[in-house]
Design a protein around this ligand. Structure first.
Ligand code: ZN
Length: 276
């Protein structure tokens, strides 16, 4: 049978398959093959002897937290207190795009905005939708629930953005469940944070304090460029154009014509510069 690892405690792997949970162990051969099953892995397992037989090819693997096969991430993005940060949002999107994870933007604290501020945010929001991203308010709970169906989703966002209250609105049992688990583990015994996928609305949700590996160091300049998905809509005369120093550049033209959001382009340049 095939299932997905949702939890690992010592040598015990909890595999979810067709709504049932199986407590499995890994065969010794994994150690020889240098394959370490991680949370999120799709595995082939023997349901009678409760052994994991094979880890199936991964779509992606993140280091911190160590987890595989994340399909999408909800970026909980505050509009006020803390103020909206296009830099932080774009950085997260770049990291997600690079790891083949679909970003979903969830705006919070819109009710704290003045009329002018709201207009500004709506313009930004329109742009991100236009280039292909789903943008939702944290009040659109049903739409968020629908998005979770049959996917493995990470919830991420800066401190104070309202991630916990969003989780609470989705499912009040969620915080309770993760709280109980960390209590059972005992504080201080484990230096790494407990990682678990929680089954919710037909999908699985990873609660993470954020991608702590959110530096762009492991990416090349081209990786960063290609993670700004709208740039590819503007073919430049130079095939490998970086859209910075080149004289003739369709992306720079599009920024001037306001077809590309200026803050996106400025963030792109900053990300490239900070690597130097
Ligand atoms: Zn260019």
């Amino acid at each position: 049978m095939e299932g997905q690892i949702i939890k690992i405690l010592s040598n015990l792997y909890t595999v979810s398959c067709d709504g049932k949970l199986y407590e499995c162990r890994a065969r010794g051969k994994f150690r020889n093959d240098k394959i370490t099953p991680t949370v999120g892995d799709y595995v082939r397992f023997n349901e009678k002897e409760n052994y994991i037989l094979e880890v199936l090819p991964r779509k992606n693997t993140l280091d911190r937290p160590l987890v595989s096969n994340i399909d999408q991430a909800i970026i909980v993005t505050s509009c006020k207190q803390p103020d909206f940060s296009s830099n932080l949002l774009d950085k997260l999107i770049v990291v997600l795009e690079y790891n083949n994870i679909d970003p979903i933007i969830c705006l919070t604290k819109l009710d704290l905005l003045s009329k002018d501020e709201l207009e500004e945010i709506n313009e930004i929001r329109k742009y991100y939708s236009y280039i292909g991203y789903t943008v939702l308010d944290n009040t659109e709970i049903d739409k968020i629930k629908d998005k979770l169906f049959s996917k493995t989703t990470a919830l991420t966002g800066q401190t104070g953005a309202g991630k916990s209250s969003l989780i609470n609105k989705l499912d009040p049992n969620f915080n309770l469940a993760t709280g109980e688990i960390s209590k059972a583990l005992g504080r201080g015994k484990h230096t790494t944070r407990h990682v678990e996928l929680i089954e919710m609305f037909g999908g699985k949700v990873l609660d993470t304090p954020g991608f702590s590996s959110i530096d762009l160091k492991e990416m090349t300049d081209c990786d960063i460029r290609d993670s700004f998905i709208e740039f590819s809509e503007y073919p430049c005369p130079f095939r490998n154009c970086m859209h910075i120093n080149e004289k003739e550049c369709s992306v720079k033209e599009a920024v001037e014509k306001k077809e590309i959001l200026e803050s996106r382009y400025e963030n792109y340049k900053k990300f490239i510069e900070t690597r130097r």
